[in-house]
Design a protein around this ligand. Sequence first.
Ligand code: PEP
Ligand code: MG
Length: 591
Amino acid sequence: MTFAIHGLAVARGIAIGRAVLVASSRVDVAHYFIEPSQVEAEIDRIRIGRNAVVDEILRLQASMMNKGPREAPHELTALLDVHLMLLQDVELIAGVKHWITNRLYNAEWALTTQLEVIARQFDEMEDEYLRGRKADLEQITEKVLRAMNGVASAVVPAPARTVRKKSQQDLLLDDTVDVPLILIAHDLSPSDMLQFKQSVFAGFITDVGGKTSHTAIVARSLDIPAVVGARLSSQLVRQDDWVIIDGDAGVVVVDPSPIILAEYGFKQRQGELERGRLSRLLNTPAVTLDGQKIELLANIEMPEDAPGAVKAGAVGVGLFRSEFLFMGRQGKLPNEEEQYQAYKRAIEGMQGLPVTIRTVDVGADKPLDKALMDGAHLNPALGLRAIRWSLADPAMFLTQLRAILRAAAHGQANLLIPMLVHASEIRHTMALIDRARVELDNRGVAYGPLKIGAMIEIPAAALTLKVFLKYFDFLSIGTNDLIQYTLAIDRADESVAHLYDPLHPAVLRLVAGTIAEGRAQGKPVSVCGEMAGDVSLTRLLLGMGLRSFSMHPAQILAVKQEVLRADTSKLAGWAEQVMSDDEPGLRMTRH
Ligand code: PEP
Ligand code: MG
């Protein structure tokens, strides 16, 4: 039966495919397709992993028997029997073989997929005892996965497949391996998302998350349709169901009828045509009708994103979120050499265009390591995040500063500092930058010049710009956090997402004030939050005097189209009126 789930639109476009449900704790399991010739070897890997766990349990049972029944608690022997039974469960074994043979999933993916199928059946059981066996199933899956890690795989991951284009009607009937896949999880961390950069998935759906949560931001940078905050989707959708993601409307359609499918297929083709039309603007300079040159920059997460940014038409990187280099490493920080190489790769990847590297911004919804930070603080967004974290650990910060300074010898680089608010933090930061230079001088290591900028993303910073303009060469407005902190709305919490409003008069006043004051002092100001890539806001920002926008690369041409149609001399007066409204959103929709 067809039904729809509503969530938040985070990455545009339509994706149609089969659901792959992944438990949040299992996202780090490898997902790749194997070649048909590798099927037997993959099934063998599962068999070896499973046999290892069976042997371990049998050994444990034998040792308990040797000690005598008194030593072996009844509960434990019963539990081991249950584990053995689950390991020999016909449905588990047959299911895993099905995913490997018919869908060409790698062994770990097949095992966790079947785990999800059976876990759902346990969830639906009336009997409490049987429902409780789900935990046992998870435990044994975990053990088999661990045992498989010890098995050297002769299987080389096959390159991600390009999915053949088929008609929508064909798709519904299709049961082969060649169909797009949609990942559904309760939650995904930003670093989980990074793993999917080269992945097999054509779209993402999560139960939780806000529009400017970092998970959503990474989804946008992947440029594949995604919906977050689609509550209960991971429970309502079943493994392998057909789903449609409408990334523009934030809607997920489950089990679509042929008519609905045809409708979305049409929308999908329209989207592709529109992208084709926009691509003609690639080499057109971003200049408004009244001759204002506008800088359109890219936000990137990894050095490997740089060539894509150039291809998308960016004239530089306005925000390299360096924290992604620090994540998913079990808390082990990258050393100076690793960081230097990464920043150098980004700079070289931009082929002479400028790269603004932001110092690490971990904390809040970007934990360094999930296990290390979960539940550590009640209010992580107000805690030891970004520059606060860096200043709390000067040795770590100096390592990053030295790496960035060294990379700056290879091209145009700027340094950007997140979350500053106090004058003392600014002075402390500047002193550490000086010290990093001295340390490199003492080592006789070459480094390059850096322009230094501050992010304006806390209301208090936007209201005390004088001190920022005194110390910094440029400003970059982080609207994602500026909105979060101005309106007291957790950007990662879907339950308050309807109150997260870039057009709130207070937000507009802080953004416009920062642009005006920076320009008055002759200091460049850009916006690097998600507002910069939102085409419905381009004209307003131009009207406020903004001339530099940094966004995820996929948005650059759409924003350029707005720029080409704009006349800033007329927009300035209109922007004033919008800002003086009680509800600017209403005037914006009428314009
Ligand atoms: C912002 O806050 O707007 C920003 C660009 O930084 P981040 O999204 O990484 O917090
Ligand atoms: Mg921010």
